[in-house]
Design a protein around this ligand. Structure first.
Ligand SMILES: Cc1ncc(C[n+]2csc(CCOP(=O)(O)OP(=O)(O)O)c2C)c(N)n1
Length: 549
């Protein structure tokens, strides 16, 4: 199975130590083309796999022993299922005769992840007498194909493998006799995979509603063909509102939408059709465009049902670029110019405000990140992803686990990305950082600098109803931890320091990205100052918009 995985392009196995999975660990270790990374905590391993798969486009394999080890994959399986990230979990299990009889470290692993996985297979035992080569190899072909989207959409796959003792090649404790495996386990000649899958890229029909002058395109997460999509929208004369995770920033796209849309959409800005592509969070003001009273078209390559406002007229499973390519359109140059002018104006107003002061806040940090030469940016849930969406305009690969929007597994995911992209920069809140701090206990697969916005708790809640309506708001929601995060990070061996100014932040980030290794830069932020700034930014944008209309 390991050889077949290699033939299918698997290059990374995240192995968590355990005895039942010994055969898998050894086989992966012996496969020269597959890197084996040992990660103690299975939860962290699976998030690292997500980071790797997001960044490389290839599935990573996680290997665990039996018992609660398997259950620790659940958060990442949920995220991968919702984010369409290919991930293959190979979990070792007890043989049938040891199940359901109270045997040690034996839990029901069959179908443990429910319908979150794209495919589950209880692989069974590698009995010495069973000629299983074709079975195991085709099973791997199917596992990879399903993880990559065959039949449904990309996502996690669970292979549960039983092992009898001895779990290592030689039995020296007399518990079982070793009977060598007799049948061939050869793969096909020339290193080719046993079976291959072809996932078609369907193209939707030309949609009548798209034949308009004033279309708006909202580019959600992970646009596969940013260059082609931009070219088609230019031809149609439609502005692209490009979210931070779209892969479309850095080009002629609208990025200040969160502030530009602070008040109601004025008559001149009213589109004739809205085309939204993929998941379009996190700005609630941006998603409000999908309930404007005009034709609402969703295009998703994998047919995901992204329609939280239940307002879409058409949900299309199609290649977005090809679909727009089939649309004739009726370009009106003034429409594109209007949105570009509004975007430039609002961006200038925001930047002026952020550059005019010495306070370090989430928005200021997100803006500063545009000045640093990172290779990939990994952003945690809560305010970091919102601030980057609103204030980081620079092009480049930006990643975030927005499938389920958890604050868990952030550092692990970032380490997974760092193993693929040089100069990976992470941005998280203090609670996200603490939630997954044990990820720092393992090795570092690549160079990484983590910026931790330390506002001593969950700043997001200041913007939500509990802030004004809930008793014991601080304790129940913000949950201050009062930990010295520099000391915490240092205890795990990361280079860590407190950052006191914006200039120091950009300089330290830049120099530590070049230095290599793992670094944590803790930026203390005052929640009240930050909240005040967020309100001022909204007001300034609102004034700029009203002076223009
Ligand atoms: C696994 C998980 N637990 C809880 C939550 C709920 N939650 C959302 S934001 C948040 C606070 C995050 O705080 P921090 O990481 O410091 O970021 P900040 O809000 O200060 O930007 C919490 C607990 C969640 N999204 N995911």
């Amino acid at each position: 199975m390991v050889d077949e995985l290699r033939r299918h392009g698997v290059t990374l196995a995240l192995v968590s130590p355990g005895s039942r999975s010994a055969a898998l660990a050894i086989a992966f270790d012996e496969a020269a083309e597959i890197e084996v990374r040992i990660v103690l905590d299975e939860r962290s391993a699976a998030f690292q796999a997500i980071g790797f798969a997001r960044a490389s486009g290839r599935p990573a394999v996680c290997v665990s022993t039996s018992g609660t080890a398997v259950a620790n994959y659940l958060p990442a399986m949920v995220e991968a299922a919702r984010s369409l990230v290919p991930l293959i979990a190979m979990t070792a299990d007890r043989p049938p005769e040891l199940r359901a009889v109270g045997a040690n470290q034996t839990v029901d692993q069959v179908g443990m992840f429910g319908d979150r996985v794209r495919w589950f297979c209880d692989v069974g035992l590698a009995d010495a007498g069973f000629d299983g080569n074709v079975y195991w190899r085709t099973l791997v072909s199917q596992a990879v194909a399903r993880a990559m989207g065959h039949g449904r959409s990309p996502g996690p796959v669970h292979l549960n493998l039983s092992f009898r003792e001895p779990t290592v090649p030689v039995s020296d404790d007399g518990r079982a006799a070793v009977e060598p495996y007799r049948h061939s386990i050869e793969g096909l000649p020339d290193g080719v995979p046993w079976q291959t899958s072809r996932v078609a890229k369907p193209v939707g029909a030309v949609l009548e509603q798209l034949n308009v002058s004033r279309g708006l395109v909202i580019a959600g997460e992970g646009i596969e063909d940013p260059v082609g999509l931009l070219a088609e929208t230019r031809r149609l004369g439609w502005p692209v509102l490009a979210t931070a995770l779209s892969n479309m920033r850095g080009g002629p796209v609208v990025t200040s939408y969160h502030h530009l849309l602070v008040d109601d959409v004025s008559r001149v800005m009213m589109p004739e059709a809205v085309v939204s592509i993929g998941r379009i969070g996190p700005s609630d003001r941006l998603s409000a465009l999908t309930s404007l009273d005009c034709p609402q078209i969703q295009i998703d390559r994998w047919g995901q049902w992204h329609d939280p406002r239940r307002h879409s007229d058409v949900l299309t499973q199609a290649d977005p670029t090809a679909t727009l390519g089939l649309t004739e359109g009726r370009p009106d140059p003034g429409w594109l110019e209007l949105w570009s002018a509004l975007d430039t104006r609002v961006r200038d107003v925001l930047d002026e405000r952020l550059d005019d002061g010495s306070d370090l806040t989430g928005p200021v940090i997100a803006r500063s990140i545009s000045e640093v030469g990172w290779g990939a940016l990994s952003v945690a849930s809560s305010m970091p992803v919102r601030d980057v969406d609103a204030h980081t305009v620079k092009g480049g690969r930006v990643f975030a686990n927005r499938g389920a929007s958890g604050i868990d597994g952030f550092t692990s995911t970032t380490l997974g990305i760092a193993g693929v992209h040089p100069r990976t920069l992470g941005l998280s809140g203090d609670l996200s950082f603490l939630h997954d701090v044990s990820a720092l206990a393992g090795g570092y697969p690549g160079d990484v600098v983590l910026i931790v916005v330390d506002n001593n708790g969950g700043g997001l809640f200041d913007l939500l109803p509990p802030a004004t309506h809930a008793p014991a708001f601080e304790r129940l929601f913000v949950a201050p931890h009062d930990k010295d995060l520099v000391a915490v990070a240092s205890a795990f061996g990361a280079g860590a320091m407190t950052i006191e100014s914006r200039q120091q932040l950009t300089e330290e980030t830049e120099s530590r990205l070049s230095e290599g290794g793992a670094h944590v830069l803790v930026v203390p932020v005052d929640r009240e100052v930050e909240l005040k700034q967020r309100r001022e930014l909204d007001e300034a944008a609102g004034m700029a918009m009203s002076s223009l209309s």
